[in-house]
Ligand binder design. Structure first.
Ligand SMILES: Cc1cc2nc3c(=O)[nH]c(=O)nc-3n(C[C@H](O)[C@H](O)[C@H](O)COP(=O)(O)OP(=O)(O)OC[C@H]3O[C@@H](n4cnc5c(N)ncnc54)[C@H](O)[C@@H]3O)c2cc1C
Length: 237
């Protein structure tokens, strides 16, 4: 993503804290901790979210909050006797589809159609835009953090026919392996959010062998297959 942004003339600054953001003469002025200043017509601030639980009174219902203010839940998303906490408020995954998935699980628990702990499966997430990011399941970094040796295999969108015909060839699809198990997929590029559900199904079904799954040609989905079949390299961090 950084490479694509830079190629499009954007400046990307990392590893430095913002000191202040002020309005000066109708302009947005950002000052960084090293004193450097950046002026723009508009500023968009996206620095994360915090739970709004201080005045919720969850403790009065027998729930407890973790130090960050999220409601603690057990493996069945129970926060107290007869109280469940689903969605952003439990801090597990701050995404709308995760909240919905958890809510459906709890509804099944309440009507006694479910009696096993909550299993989210590989969680999909996307960043939308003119260049997109999709990710589902685990990253190589997460697998390595568990002391395992992940492998990654990568397909470039420049080799994909539909990306070529649309003239959007920057980006790639990556597959993450824990042994022979496909545990995650990720992609950066034009329209890659549309790959997220197919990637999720590939992980859930472990359809990793050549020819098990037939991909229509020409589609961006073929880049998923290409990533699965590409040489696997040990993740180097
Ligand atoms: C700018 C932005 C963009 C996002 N984009 C995406 C996206 O593209 N895809 C995605 O999956 N997710 C996205 N999210 C995250 C997504 O919005 C949340 O994960 C999702 O809304 C969580 O659902 P929820 O039901 O847990 O909480 P919420 O949707 O926050 O619902 C909680 C509700 O509880 C109400 N409430 C709070 N306190 C009380 C109280 N004391 N009494 C009664 N009611 C109360 C609130 O008013 C609110 O209606 C985005 C979030 C933001 C902020």
């Amino acid at each position: 993503m950084k490479k694509i942004l830079k190629k499009n003339g954007r400046t990307v600054l990392e590893g430095i804290r913002a000191k202040s953001l002020e309005s000066r003469s109708g302009k947005a002025v950002l000052t960084l901790e090293d004193g450097s200043e950046y002026t723009a017509d508009k500023a968009l601030v996206a620095v994360g979210r915090t739970p709004n639980t201080a005045a919720l009174g969850a403790e009065q219902a027998g729930c407890s909050l973790n130090p960050r203010g999220f409601i603690n839940v057990d493996a069945c998303l129970r926060a107290a006797a007869n109280v469940y906490a689903i969605g952003d408020v439990n801090g597990m995954t701050l995404l709308a589809h995760a909240a919905e998935h958890q809510g459906a699980y709890v509804a099944r628990c309440i009507v006694q159609q479910e009696n096993i702990p909550y299993v989210p499966g590989p969680v999909p997430s996307c960043v939308y835009g003119s260049t997109e990011v999709m990710r589902v399941g685990r990253t190589a970094f997460e697998v390595a953090r568990e002391g395992k040796t992940p492998f990654v295999s990568v397909a470039l969108l420049s080799a994909n026919a539909i990306a070529q015909s649309g003239g959007h060839t920057a980006g790639f699809v990556k597959a993450v392996w824990d042994g022979d198990n496909l545990v995650g997929m990720a992609a950066v590029g034009h329209g890659v959010s549309h790959l997220v559900t197919a990637a999720q199904l590939l992980i859930v079904g472990q359809y990793t062998q050549h020819g098990v799954f037939m991909f229509a040609h020409p589609t961006l989905d073929e880049a998923l297959a290409a990533a699965l079949l590409a040489p696997r390299k040990e993740y180097a961090g």
